[in-house]
Design a protein around this ligand. Structure first.
Ligand code: SME
Length: 137
């Protein structure tokens, strides 16, 4: 069976592949629910270091997805009032939840320095990535 370290290495590899291969994916990371607590903890990521290693449910784009269980595509971060800024260079964000046995256990979070870059193709592709991730957790 996988050790936690191996899972985190695989998750980091996924972040690296996505950031390196999609020009408008500039920060790629995972957040996971902290046990039964209503908060997210930052997992493996690539991109600029962030101060936001713990995000309460409901707060920011990530915290809203923890509650809604829905994809959240943000074409323009300046138009969001419940948004946690990590870097002034970020223009857009996409967050896709990860489900294990129907439970929302975390998410992939991608920031873009390009305005309005995300399409339905990104959502479909990242849902597929999240299904693969769920299968290795
Ligand atoms: N912008 C996110 C916070 C996480 S950073 O993008 C890495 C949010 O509003 O939840």
């Amino acid at each position: 069976s996988n050790t936690n370290k191996t899972v985190n290495e695989r998750l980091l590899n996924i972040c690296e592949l996505l950031e390196e291969n999609v020009s408008y994916y500039n920060w790629v990371g995972f957040y996971f629910r902290n046990g039964e607590k209503e908060e997210l903890i930052l997992g493996p990521y690539v991109g600029a270091p962030t101060d936001h290693t713990v995000i309460p449910f409901g707060k920011g784009i990530c915290g809203q997805v923890a509650v809604s269980n829905k994809n959240f595509v943000v074409p323009d971060v300046t138009a969001q009032d419940n948004y946690i800024a990590c870097s002034i260079s970020v223009k857009a964000e996409i967050v896709i939840p990860i489900f294990v046995k129907g439970a929302n256990i975390g998410q992939i979070d991608i920031d873009s320095n390009t305005p309005d870059p995300f399409t339905k193709q990104d959502e479909d592709f990242l849902e597929f990535v999240c299904e693969q991730v769920a299968s290795i957790l």
